[in-house]
Design a protein around this ligand. Structure first.
Ligand code: UD1
Ligand code: CA
Length: 475
């Protein structure tokens, strides 16, 4: 029979049964040999802690607490805007003690308590949800995650009884020779019934080898007391990978990279050299995208059908519409590239760049906070900053928007179909009208009306025979 779950007054039933999350991040992390706290190291661009918190947020927890050590200031700063509470564990007396410190700060409720480590960045929310669902369904005191990595190394070994029920987690340091060979290990992901957790935490003793309080001991404590304890094995061992050393961190990066590549291949993407391509966990790719060697797709980058990303190109938080191509050797951040547009080689698109359809951006062109209309072109050696470029406008080689006066940024407007000659400087704020021409080498300081020609060069002087006479004198 299911135990009844009293709802807190004022809180809805649904809210009372939502999971609450405790993330342990107070360990010293000395095995990293770093001045940076371990959980602030990055995998696929995100800190280990951010990765864990992003995943946990997928459970819509009613509360989240992060347990940090006495020097938790940098971790606290990294949590800004997350709505997670902080608990301090000082001194670090082990994962069991850290969990107890977290519970003191966690808002009360009857929802299950999900305990996660801050150093397992590859977890998936589906797996956490499986634990929550299993606990709920069987009214378990504890259900935790296990996995079988190629080498069980320093992970805690899972000891099961003759009926396959988990009886204990034995830390690698404490194993017998026989236990050491156990392939199934602890992922450090637990879903507890809150009262069972409190009961078990109160009974944990110091580990005889390390003197620490181990959260893993709750398994033996609950199982021995007749509690209902189960373990679920991860479908893919890679997602439970924990980071303790720089080697583990490098391995996590590679596991995440391979996972990104596999996800893309399954989604219908062609990858010419899977070993050199990086695809972050929040990247979205449509079928028939083609990725060339050494492409890196980061943040919330989105590529629509049939896009092609050429070699050595990095896209961060960038959206590319159907059939567009970018690269080789390009970088784009917080940019949008319209359908069928062609960017590169050697182009740089900075934040706020919005490129329409059928646009051409060529080599050594930098665009920042600018909008380019359909069919506009800037093919060589240009800087377009804070500019609005109309449809079909042509920006010649060496054109520069002088958008910054040393104090403020100003906008440049180039009308539809305008032609900006080579080596023009547009001193903003300034506008060039629709269909207007600007002659090569002009410094545009005044607005140019629609359909006009602007020229600011000094007239050319030809001195007949001058060079010939000079040579003759010298000889
Ligand atoms: C832990 C588990 C091990 C499991 C492995 C999975 C224990 C005793 N062992 O080992 O069974 O296989 O994770 O990755 O739990 N932390 C604190 N305060 C402390 C100590 C640790 O907050 O006093 C935090 C750490 O910052 C870390 C997490 O708890 O995020 C796990 O601690 P760590 O020292 O990395 O444990 P492992 O040796 O990896
Ligand atoms: Ca660890």
């Amino acid at each position: 029979m299911k135990r009844s779950k009293p709802a807190r007054r004022g809180a809805s039933r649904a809210d009372a049964s939502r999971p609450r999350v405790v993330v342990l991040a107070a360990g010293v992390g000395s095995r990293m040999r770093s001045s940076l706290p371990k959980v602030l190291h990055r995998v696929a661009g995100r800190t280990l802690l951010d990765a864990v918190l992003d995943t946990a947020a997928g459970l819509s927890p009613s509360a989240t607490v992060v347990v940090v050590g006495k020097d938790g200031g940098r971790i606290e700063a990294s949590l800004e805007g997350r709505g997670a509470r902080l608990a301090v564990q000082d001194p670090p007396l082990g994962t069991g003690d850290a969990c107890a410190r977290g519970l003191e700060v966690l808002s009360p409720g009857s929802g299950p308590v999900m305990v996660l480590a801050g150093d397992t960045p590859l977890l998936r929310v589906e797996t956490l949800a499986r634990l929550v669902a299993r606990r709920d369904e069987k009214d378990l005191d504890l259900v935790f995650l296990t996995f079988r990595p190629p080498d069980p190394g320093d992970f805690g070994r899972i000891v099961r009884d003759g009926r396959g029920r988990p009886r204990a987690i034995v830390e690698a340091k404490n194993t017998t020779a026989r236990q050491k060979k156990i392939a199934e290990v602890n992922a450090g992901v637990y879903c507890f019934e809150p009262e069972a957790l409190a009961r078990a935490l109160a009974k944990i003793g110091r580990n005889p080898v390390s003197g620490e309080y181990y959260l893993t001991d709750t398994v033996a404590i609950l199982a021995a007391g007749g509690g209902r304890v189960e373990a679920i094995e991860a479908e893919d061992w890679r997602e439970a990978w924990g980071v303790n050393t720089r080697r583990d961190l490098a391995e996590a990066e590679e596991l995440e990279r391979r996972r990104g590549v596999e996800r893309a291949l399954d989604a219908g993407v062609t990858i010419l050299d899977p070993a050199s391509v990086r695809i972050g966990p929040r990247v979205a790719l449509a079928p028939d995208v083609v990725l060339h060697p050494f492409v890196s797709l980061e943040g919330r980058t989105e590529l629509s059908e049939g896009c092609e990303v050429l070699p050595f190109t990095r896209l961060v938080d960038t959206r590319v519409e159907a059939g567009a191509a970018i690269g080789p050797h390009c970088e784009a951040a917080e940019a949008r590239i319209g359908a069928r547009s062609r960017v590169g080689p050697f182009s740089r698109l900075r934040p706020g760049t919005v490129i329409g359809e059928d646009v051409r951006i060529g080599n050594f062109v930098e665009v920042k906070n600018s909008v380019l209309g359909k069919g506009a072109k800037a093919q060589h050696l240009a800087y377009l900053g804070d500019a609005d470029v109309g449809a079909g406008a042509n920006v010649g080689a060496g054109v520069i928007t002088c958008n910054y006066d040393g104090e403020k940024k100003h906008r440049t407007s180039i009308g539809e179909g305008a032609f900006i000659g080579t080596d023009t400087q547009l001193v903003a704020p300034v506008s060039v009208g629709k269909g207007a021409y600007v002659g090569a080498g002009t410094t545009v300081t005044e607005d140019v009306p629609d359909g006009a020609l602007a020229l600011s060069r000094s007239p050319q002087v030809n001195k007949e025979g001058w060079a010939t006479r000079r040579k003759a004198k010298k000889s």
